[in-house]
Design a protein around this ligand. Structure first.
Ligand code: FAD
Length: 391
């Protein structure tokens, strides 16, 4: 089997398939297997899957266990809702809630694959054409040498992210949707945060047309910050990772509580990601066709407002391996079973992520209504049993 893309999704798929005895060859176009620096949250539906792959100890080593998720009003600074995580996540969902640096999670998956020799990994390999013969032919441009090579395979998984080239083999290709939302991201040494403002939770600040998500990563040594605002788009959308400056961020935010401003002021540098997504999936036909399956952002890029993009890629990987194990079925039937098992949950997460963003950014009387409802029913509104209990 060939897996196109060695991000979190592609490596998770290679590992999961390797654990059920299927040997995958991961083709990654970059010169190194790496992830750009930023944090991600891993909810219990995701950590449970990683535990099942034998990664519990390693995950504990790289994960930070926040005590609670706290929502605050971005202008008044008042706490409007709270959801205990730590012990509660373990008790109710049987798995921890962690925040991690995505590079650490990516490295953990990579090391597990390398140490166990469960998959083949190739760098500098940009897949640029897939020919549906029997067996399939995957044409690869070796970026280091400029030489073209053709691999033969019985099955392929497109895990090549938001700007997927393999997606067009499954569904008619349209570019991802531009959301008009900009995510400013920073990673700040905890030492440079004023002591009175340090915390050990996931903090979500909600304001008119903006929200901020802040949490510690790397054993609490760094604070990961993501501020999402509505604003004009930089011209080159493919360049999704831009250098950014604090003045533009502050101008886009408008009025904010002094504590939030102080936290933002502590960041030495900002990166800017214009957020793109796709409309929620309509059916299994968007996840697999013949001997090609899609996984992660290649299949269902989503807004990050439920913190589940990598999580759904990891859940996809687990299901992909399960479907692959059904040796009585043809490859096309196995991928079809995978698509049927996964599409509705992915669509639901895509839909809820959009809705969360709308709720986070409410203005005027709706904003006060939201704050009031969260004050009264915070724990119930902020918990997601349908999601955290797993697929
Ligand atoms: C602001 C923000 C916050 C987020 N927070 C969270 C969070 O808290 N929790 C969470 O679970 N998710 C979060 N996400 C989402 C998460 O980052 C993504 O959903 C996830 O990383 C997608 O992984 P992937 O492997 O599918 O795609 P990618 O990470 O995009 O990997 C694709 C890989 O394929 C390679 N590739 C591309 N084209 C080719 C080709 N033609 N040939 C060979 N290789 C190719 C690329 O180089 C890359 O390595 C967040 C996203 C954003 C933007």
């Amino acid at each position: 089997m060939i897996i196109v893309g060695g991000g979190i999704g592609g490596l998770a798929a290679a590992l999961a398939c390797g654990l059920v005895g299927a040997r995958a060859h991961v083709l990654e176009r970059a010169a190194n297997f790496s992830e750009v620096g930023a944090g991600i949250q891993l909810s219990p539906n995701v950590t449970r899957t990683l535990h099942a792959w034998g990664l519990a100890e390693e995950l504990k080593g790289i994960g930070f266990a926040p005590r609670k998720l706290e929502a605050k009003d971005a202008q008044t600074g008042l706490v409007i809702g709270s959801l205990p995580l730590g012990q509660r996540s373990q008790e109710i969902y049987g798995a921890p809630y962690f925040t991690v640096h995505r590079a650490d999670l990516h490295r953990l998956l990579l090391q597990k694959i390398k140490r166990s020799g469960l998959a083949d990994l190739s760098l500098h390999c940009q897949v640029d054409e897939v020919i549906e013969l029997d067996p399939m032919q995957v044409s690869v441009l070796q970026l280091a040498t400029g030489v073209r090579e053709v691999f033969e395979t019985d099955a392929m998984v497109g895990a090549d992210g938001l700007w997927s080239a393999t997606r067009q083999m499954v569904v008619p290709s349209t570019p991802p949707r531009v959301t008009g939302l900009l995510a400013y991201r920073a990673l700040v040494p905890m030492q440079s945060i004023p002591e009175k403002l340090r915390f050990k939770d996931v903090n979500v600040w909600l304001g008119p047309r903006l929200h901020a998500v802040l949490y510690p990563v790397q054993g609490g040594d760094f604070l990961n910050m993501v501020i999402v605002v509505q604003g004009p788009l930089p011209s080159a959308m493919e360049e999704w990772d831009h250098a950014a400056n604090k003045q533009d961020l502050e101008a886009a935010m408008g009025p904010a509580h002094p504590h939030l401003k102080e936290l933002i002021g502590a960041a030495p540098a900002w990166r800017l990601w214009p957020l793109c997504d796709r409309a929620p999936m309509q059916g299994p036909h968007e996840m697999a066709k013949g001997r090609i399956a899609l996984l992660g952002d290649a299949a269902h890029p989503m807004r990050p407002f439920l913190a589940q993009g990598a999580g759904m890629a990891i859940e996809d990987a687990a299901e992909l391996a399960k479907s692959w194990s059904r040796k009585d079925m043809s490859v096309a039937d196995r991928w079809n079973a995978y698509a049927h098992a996964r599409w509705a949950r992915n669509a639901q997460v895509q839909q809820r992520s959009i809705r969360n963003g709308q709720i986070f950014h409410l203005t005027g009387p709706m904003r006060w209504g939201r704050n009031w409802a969260m004050k009264l029913f915070g724990e119930t509104l902020m918990d997601s049993p349908w999601l955290y209990a797993g697929p």
